[in-house]
Design a protein around this ligand. Sequence first.
Ligand code: CO
Length: 496
Amino acid sequence: MQTLPSPAERAATFTMEDWRSGYRSQPQEFDYWIEDIEGTLPTALNGTLFRNGPGLLDIHGYAIRHPFDGDGMVSSIAFQNGRAYYRNRFVRTEGYVAEQAAKQPLYRGVFGTQKPGGWWNNLFDLRLKNIANTHVIYWGGKLLALWEAAEPHRLDPHSLDTLGLDDLEGVLKPGDAFAAHPRLDPGGAHTGQQPRLVTFSLKAGLSSTITLLEFDPQGQLLSRHGHTIPGFAFLHDFAITPHYAIFFQNPVSFNPFGFLLGLKGAAECIQFNPKQTTRILLIPRNGKGTVITVDAPPSFVFHHANAFEENGQVVIDSIAYPEFPALDEGMSYETVDFSKVPSGQLWRFRVDVEAQTVVAADTIIERCCEFPTLHPDHMGQPYRYLYIGAAHQPQGNAPLQALVKRDLQTGAEQFWSAAPRGFMGEPIFVPRPEGTAEDDGWVLCLIYNAARQCSDLVVLDAQRIDEGAIARLKLKHHVPYGLHGSFVPQYFGPAV
Ligand code: CO
């Protein structure tokens, strides 16, 4: 049995007041060279880090019920020759523009934010507000802000100005879903192919249809095929290998009545069924052959770290929760009791493809963790090093304050923590140009620093995580806790 830290021990690593202060709205938009730097920014680190996440936690004083309902705000940090330029812009979605003009919420949020006026005013209002807050990617010459239930918004990569909804050269019809977790298949030496963007579109219901989409580096569609599976599916992320797209159909069902009646957000109607199995779906990427379905122990997975093929097995590394981490009715995220919410751990699942069974499901990282990253050339391929946001304490649920580097071959770990007053966002591994070792590069972490009430961009040497930051870039303001982002080698800052 795990020994859980006492409330006093937990309090030693963070305070709720500090943690909560990272969830203040950031209504301002900035452009500036980052001048306040501790340490030295490597001159070989060139390119642009894009990050997305909720920028507003309230709409003109009306608090949103869950941060996932917050309007998307994209930040960019452009690096060139040891200097860095910060910029942030809200995505001018239809909903953001309308609500800012009306000075009040006009839509219901998927995660429970309701319009003012009580349930009557929310009854049968099923319009979704495409808040473009989950991820930002650069592919085919386009910067796209993603939100999984609707089309992407295209942004100018230099100015971050919103250019409008993007249908990917006619691939998407108005209102089509487009997942917020594309995978970049690096191609190259591994497959003899050029890189590809692999993603999906989900229609969930009594049965669910997954449409798999692959794009070439120019953004042209290479393949598209749909697969209908029995039952409701909540699919936020997926994983790839050279032959398969891998989905975890979590053991959840959807009871829409609270949503239809205007009492709850759609995501609040998801129910976890611990007596069901998780179904692992292997969809052949070439569209030929049938979907392989394999039962696995019940858990809830938002994010996968990576997957690869090895000796007739498909190996999948995922962050598994013992159940759907829902908020209790009437509870606010701001007063959440971390000890009562399930925490994620890194699990490794091994599927025997021929026998269609899970032959192993092992815990790799027991410490509460989320937001994995790895060398992009190893996506879908065997890999050795994983970097992941983690709790400061080795046991129990807590906010992410630390970074773990795990050697998956030896089990060795390196650890760096921003506790007690720092809170970790999604780390991103950036390979060093000309580097050959898998861990030759940097890990970039946007941290909320409660001591300054501002955010810091921390750069770590990926081979020496435990030595701490080699550079800390102090932003002039805070960026509310975000979701996902990307690093691209192109520099999108001002001319120098
Ligand atoms: Co995600």
